[in-house]
Design a protein around this ligand. Sequence first.
Ligand code: LHQ
Length: 249
Amino acid sequence: MVLDVRHEDGILELTLSRPEALNAFTVELHGELASALKLARGPDVRAVVLTGAGRAFSAGQDLEETLTQGTTPGERLQRFYNPNLRALRALEKPVVAAVNGVAAGAGVGLALACDVRVASERASFVPAFIAIGLVPDASTSWFATQALGYARAFEWLTSNRKLPAAEALEWGLVHEVVAPEDTLTRARERAAELAGRPGSGVAMTKRLLQAAAEGDFDSQLELERQLQQAASEDPAYAEQVSAFLAKSG
Ligand code: LHQ
């Protein structure tokens, strides 16, 4: 097993577990992640935490496997990376990354595809692609441009500059930077907070904000209307409003 899966109190915790190769992605790791993301869709999972074992979050593609297996990068993306990234993004649960150490290449993309990033003071983000003549993949080009804007994303992703956690926070690439020993605990706390929100408001907000990045104003208003209607049909809505009125009345 190269992905540790722990399920406790509605939180599914996934730990990339190839520390000897800085949790670089192999076909085996993709496969286990795909199964875990299926598990995450079940009703007993309310939030997901994603982290890495050892001193790295993930060093992206396993370059040794790239050399020894026949698959081209394009095939790898199509067969392994992109389905998992689509599943992660479409998951109707919040995903919190505990970025415990370095994230490089596709590891950056994976971290950015999560909804919240808690980074260790020891974490860093390394484009890596450009150093080996490749382009940002695994959703990096999408999320980096969204988070940073074109100018900063272009400058950073065409360099191979290791972005330290403190600067990533300044840039808005991570939500919080904490001491190394607190990273996972803080990510678990954030996941539990999100998991504890009533109804399906968090899931639907995730969907709305994703759509906002892609759609036009009128379609967004219509999607807000549809999801608001759906959210208000969850019993949690009436319960929370009654509780509020009882308190303030
Ligand atoms: C590794 C790796 C690694 C294997 C460290 N693989 N072993 C998608 C689809 C298909 C094809 C191509 O690409 C993609 C997307 C991508 O992700 S492209 C980018 C791939 N990743 C990289 O190029 C990153 C390569 N790694 C590094 O630049 C450094 O290792 C970083 C900056 C991540 C960390 O540096 P250090 O802290 O100095 O660690 P290190 O370099 O000493 O690595 C520690 C060990 O981990 C070492 O093995 P060893 O046996 O000597 O202890 C490395 O060989 C191994 N490792 N990354 N991607």
